[in-house]
Write a protein that binds this ligand. Structure first.
Ligand SMILES: [Zn+2]
Length: 147
């Protein structure tokens, strides 16, 4: 058993409920339950506890991405904003996919469609391109140094 699971088990035994939200550790317990010693242990292991307690979207995990889930569950399962069946973004994603498949019928094999995150602008893309270009130059310089 790891330190973290031991801490979580002990907290449970003491009636202390630990929750992770937005990278912060929230301690829920009746007054007097959390001893200074317990608080000290929680503080010391805060980042590991937060990591352990943050639920991850299983749909994202299938693609190897660790995404924290939304606070509310959907029929007992938790999902990130994109995969939550009830979220607007999820609905929007479904609409986008439909549009994408319709476009693909109009341009058979002739175009590719790429979805950007909400709020993504042409300036963001320009920054990315500049950054990629700089990274390429850095890599090339490094290569030149080697020879
Ligand atoms: Zn997800």
């Amino acid at each position: 058993m790891t330190d973290i699971s031991r801490i979580l088990q002990r907290a449970e035994e003491l009636g202390i409920h630990l929750i992770a939200r937005d990278g912060e550790l929230i301690i829920k317990a009746e007054k007097g339950k959390v001893t200074p010693k317990a608080l000290e242990v929680f503080r010391q292991h805060k980042s590991e506890l937060v990591q352990e307690l943050t639920p991850l979207c299983s749909t994202c995990l299938d693609s190897g991405i660790e995404t924290a889930t939304l606070d509310d569950d959907y029929e007992g399962s938790y999902y990130c904003m994109q995969h939550h069946p009830g979220s607007n973004q999820s609905k929007q994603h479904a609409v986008n996919s439909r549009i994408a498949s319709q476009l693909a019928q109009v341009f058979p094999g002739g175009c590719s469609i790429h979805f950007d995150r909400p709020g993504y602008t042409i300036q963001d893309r320009a920054h990315e391109i500049a950054w990629e270009e700089a990274a390429r130059r850095r890599a090339k310089r490094k290569q030149n140094q080697l020879w």
